[in-house]
Design a protein around this ligand. Structure first.
Ligand SMILES: NC(=O)c1ccc[n+]([C@@H]2O[C@H](COP(=O)([O-])OP(=O)(O)OC[C@H]3O[C@@H](n4cnc5c(N)ncnc54)[C@H](OP(=O)(O)O)[C@@H]3O)[C@@H](O)[C@H]2O)c1
Length: 509
């Protein structure tokens, strides 16, 4: 493909390859994956020798698939309107392959197709297999790919300095508890090496999440204060205003802990809490994230609050409660909200509480990390109780990506009256551009072979290790009073009590 490199963009060294999307007629493919590929091409970030093959079971011609994907890109692309010259170029390299996931014949035909493309389009035998499917299909697809000779032996490839590689992107969730995550990993390792597995947590592809490393380790003013000497506590909020919508079936088997805490929230926590890595190599960073997760003290059940939304008002609109949603049991005990307190028992963080909260049908969609510094003594500038309001650093992950620092300032006038003011940085207005979608960055990283922004097996296991005892406890002790917060509120009262018992408050966002 031609690379119409956008002005000011840096292109990364992507090698020729074919990308096969398993689950190509699904929601994720049309909403995220294909729009991401289109924008990568537009920004000159796709390899110049590239093909994309959609794999699913519905019969469909190449042209039908292309027309559907064009409609999807027109609707979901971050850049609009769709540019015909770029789209036409893209669709000439876009194909559809019909097969069931368990059919050997489908993989044999896929292999022939890919080899033809290697010759025709110069894709050189390199493969990315994107498993945009339900997790139950991950092992069978890997088994069949392996059997068809489509997954190369990583060690052999390295030793022989072959330039062919195969990588597999796996969607979340990775297991539904610690045991199942280990079982899934054992299954995958029969066919792949860990180095070939790219576990997606799309939060890691967000520009602001990546900026956490720069923010912490390239700014000495913050890193030198990043410890229990100066920080009072940390609050992480992952809030959504939407309800479950059409995902009732999935959510009834998952719940909020599995959907948002085990992956996104724990990833944010590990990036905030980790020690400096020795380099920016993937494993150097991930080693430190794992150490932070390993140091988390086991959770106390009484320091975890679960909630479920009832009917309420969101953005001025009446909305139904969780139990009234489509495909949801009218007596469901599944949590749509969680707040918890945890401690990290290492020298940097000893004694600093981390308060995490996440939920559906909260007043607004927002994800942020707030670092609340210790109060400055109010000896000079008294503020009633001889304490000055704390400095607060807020890193906004979404929307309105950026960061702000709250500092105390003298109000102009003859007295020493003080007022907290905000220094604010916004990505959009400063750089004058919307950051790329997380999927763009992650797909590009996989093609480049950079696994930094993908969760390694021990990150996933450590997160499950912390949270599985909670799930086990809940299975034996169903909650008594659900629903316990109206849609459109900031969660159950018990969540306020959790933090207020320590003399603190959730931030008003
Ligand atoms: N949707 C999202 O926004 C989102 C966000 C984060 C993570 N995820 C994860 O991404 C994965 C995919 O989600 P999704 O919402 O795209 O799923 P989906 O809409 O249910 O799509 C499933 C896809 O798999 C195909 N498929 C299912 N069984 C098959 C079989 N036996 N043989 C061949 N093809 C088969 C379907 O093909 P047919 O149509 O031909 O049956 C369809 O293309 C899930 O693991 C989900 O948890 C999704």
């Amino acid at each position: 493909m031609n690379n119409p490199l956008a002005e000011g963009q840096q292109s990364r060294l992507t090698e020729p390859c074919s990308l096969v999307i398993f689950g190509a007629t699904g929601d994720l493919t049309s909403r995220k994956i294909v729009p991401a590929l289109y924008n990568l091409l537009k920004d000159g970030q796709l390899p110049s020798l590239f093909t994309c093959i959609g794999f699913a079971r519905r019969p469909k011609t190449h042209n039908e698939f292309r027309a559907e994907m064009k409609e999807a890109v027109s609707k979901y692309s971050r850049t609009k309107p769709i540019e015909d010259s770029i789209w036409n170029h893209f669709q000439d390299h876009l194909f559809y392959h019909q097969s069931e996931f368990h059919e050997d014949e489908g993989y044999a035909k896929l292999k022939i197709l890919l080899e033809q493309f290697d010759t025709k389009y110069g894709t050189k035998g390199n493969r990315v297999f994107y498993l945009a499917t339900q997790p139950v299909s991950f092992p069978v697809i890997c088994e069949k790919l392996h059997k068809a000779g489509l997954i190369y032996d990583q060690k052999k490839t390295k030793d022989q300095k072959s330039d062919k590689w195969s990588r597999v992107i796996i969607e979340k969730p990775f297991g539904h508890d610690l045991t199942s995550a280990h079982q899934l990993q054992d299954e995958l390792l029969k066919f792949l090496s860990e180095k070939q597995i790219y576990r997606i947590d799309h939060y890691l592809g967000k520009e602001t999440v990546q900026n956490l490393l720069v923010f912490r380790f390239a700014n000495s003013i913050f890193e030198s204060l990043w410890n229990n000497q100066h920080i009072d506590h940390v609050q992480i909020t992952v809030a959504e205003d939407i309800g479950i919508g059409t995902r009732g079936k999935f959510f009834e088997n998952a719940g909020l802990l599995r959907d948002m805490i085990q992956n996104h929230t724990m990833q944010l926590l590990s990036l905030v809490a980790m020690e400096p890595p020795v380099s920016l190599e993937a494993d150097a960073i991930r080693d430190q994230k794992v150490k932070a997760l390993e140091a988390i003290r086991p959770l106390k059940v009484e320091e975890v609050v679960r909630g479920q939304y009832g009917p309420g008002l969101v953005n001025g609109q009446d909305v139904i409660g969780y139990r009234q949603e489509q495909d949801v049991n009218s007596q469901s005990n599944i949590e749509t909200y969680l707040a918890l307190k945890l401690f990290i028992d290492n020298p940097r963080w000893f004694g600093v509480p981390f308060y995490l909260r996440a939920g559906k049908r909260l007043p607004k969609k927002t994800t942020e990390i707030a670092v609340i510094f210790k109060d400055a003594p109010g000896i000079l500038f008294q503020n009633g109780n001889r304490k000055n309001p704390p400095n607060i650093l807020v890193i906004r992950i979404q929307p309105d990506e950026g960061s702000s620092l709250k500092i105390n300032c003298k109000v102009p006038g003859p007295t020493n009256t003080m007022q907290p003011v905000k220094m604010d940085f916004r990505y959009g207005s400063y750089f004058g551009t919307t950051p790329p979608e997380a999927y763009e960055r992650l797909i590009c990283d996989c093609i480049v072979g950079d696994s930094t922004l993908f969760a390694r097996e021990d990150e996933v296991f450590n997160s499950w290790k912390l949270l599985t005892p909670l799930l086990d406890n809940w299975a034996k002790n169903p909650p008594k009073e659900l629903p316990n917060y109206p849609a459109g509120s900031w969660g159950p009262k018990a969540a306020d009590q959790l933090i207020e018992a320590d003399g603190r408050k959730w931030r008003l966002i």
